[in-house]
Design a protein around this ligand. Structure first.
Ligand code: NAD
Ligand code: MG
Length: 398
């Protein structure tokens, strides 16, 4: 049976690499719906190459432009626009797999639509889980959705977990005998810079990651280590492990993608070249294995694997994320919203690199973070935090 795949965030780094993997296996997978935000030209090219049933742009004006363009090209792809269309293709009865690869809390609603529809969900959009936490995991449990992590660290841990969960994470993760999760972090482009130098780094330097080629927001998050902080929170929810059983170790070569330690002292690791097509192919086919197109590791060419503790002084975002996870309620939603606003301001040249952690710390300090029962309530906390941080940034630049 050919699996029909919806890609939310098709034009991004993960979306494009997912299409590359799908193209290797036309006998197994077909793109069903491709969804993005505003970049209709990029989506038009994908539509002409992959001929999905639906193309969706959240931005209505961009959807109109795409519709006209594809009609003129004689394509019969159905073009839709707006929030509801995004939710529709995520929950469509004919979609077997949904790749959640929108960046940021903007992915919460369409990803939740896929969860409620009981889809097999390949989760790259870590922010959706960081923002909604327990609500998300409870909904997965209730609908019987299958959640397979795409984030390389979480995909690595997923592969190293006890094999009770081999059919995906349906029915809850079995973590019997597991004593610790060890998330590896590359350390980002500024791993060796001192605090003075960090004050003056530019957006161009921040988005140039040494090992991975990713979208701008996650690249900045990797430079501040907020990405590892978000991943700590993500891992805690995905694998039902408390903060104190999840460690972070800096490993600059990005060969070991993460590890699981067991009661008897065994540590299982997943290794590979730093290429997202490996976790994408793994998550698509699991528990089968299919080719990904990634280059293989050559151990004879590897000189050394280094490990060091992360420096919370220079990279306070990781500490803030751990504090938010331990605080509970919607603290992680506050952290995420503050970070999204601050990263956008940094990329726009409005604030400095170290102001990002400052914004997150101030928001965590000042915002109420009640426990919420619904996604709507959580998104209200998210919106209030964005307004607060926007105002804070305006006051900083005065
Ligand atoms: P990207 O910026 O390259 O792409 C983002 C995609 O989301 C684009 O298709 C864009 O059209 C869409 N999008 C953005 N805002 C939207 C909105 N408001 N509504 C609808 N669509 C919107 O980002 P990326 O690097 O591909 O990352 C996507 C997600 O995957 C992020 O959550 C990131 O943390 C996660 N992730 C990425 C990588 C990587 O290697 N790139 C690795 C692990 C996890
Ligand atoms: Mg990752």
């Amino acid at each position: 049976m050919v699996q029909q795949v919806t890609i939310l965030g098709a034009t991004g780094s993960i979306g494009v690499q997912t299409l590359e993997v799908l193209a290797l296996h036309p006998d197994r997978y077909r793109p069903f719906a491709l969804a993005a935000f505003t970049r209709w030209q990029a989506l038009a090219e994908q539509c002409l190459a992959f001929k999905p049933r639906y193309a969706v742009l959240r931005d209505e004006a961009a959807a109109l432009a795409l519709r006209n363009h594809l009609a003129a090209a004689g394509s019969d792809v159905e073009v839709l626009g707006g929030d509801e269309a995004l939710n529709m293709v995520a929950a469509h009865p004919d979609a077997d797999v949904v790749v959640a690869a929108i960046v940021g809390a903007a992915g919460v609603e369409p990803t939740m639509a896929a969860v409620h529809a009981g889809k097999r969900i390949l989760l790259a959009n870590k922010e959706a889980l960081v923002v909604t936490g327990k609500i998300f995991m409870d909904a997965v449990e209730a609908s019987g959705a299958e959640l397979v992590p795409l984030d390389s660290e979480h995909n690595a841990i997923f592969q190293c977990m006890p094999h009770g969960n081999s059919a995906s994470m349906k029915g809850g993760q079995k973590n019997a005998g597991v004593t610790r999760l060890i998330l590896t972090a590359s350390g980002g482009p500024f791993r060796t810079l001192d605090k003075e130098a960090l004050m003056n780094v530019t957006p161009e330097q921040a988005v140039r990651h040494p090992n991975w080629d990713m979208g701008p927001k996650i690249s900045v998050d990797s430079a501040t280590l907020m990405n590892k902080g978000l991943e700590l929170i993500e891992a805690s929810w995905l694998f039902a492990m408390p903060s104190e059983k999840i460690d972070v170790v800096v490993h600059p070569q990005s060969v070991i993608h993460s590890m699981v330690e067991y009661e008897d002292g065994s540590v299982l690791a997943q290794l590979g070249t730093p290429d997202m097509r490996t976790p994408i192919a793994c998550a698509l086919a699991w528990p089968d294995r299919v080719a990904s197109g990634a280059t293989r590791l050559d151990f004879t060419q590897m000189s050394e694997l280094q490990f060091e503790a992360p420096d919370m002084e220079r990279f306070p975002c990781l500490r803030l994320a751990r504090e938010a996870l331990e605080a509970g309620g919607t603290a992680t939603a506050v952290l995420n919203a503050a970070n999204e606003v601050a990263v956008a301001a940094f990329l726009a040249g409005q604030i400095g690199f170290m102001d990002i952690s400052h914004c997150a710390a101030t928001a965590l300090d000042k915002m109420l973070a009640p426990t919420c029962k619904t996604v709507e309530e959580v998104l209200a906390v998210d919106a209030a935090t964005r307004r607060f941080v926007d105002a804070h940034i305006t006051s900083l630049s005065r």
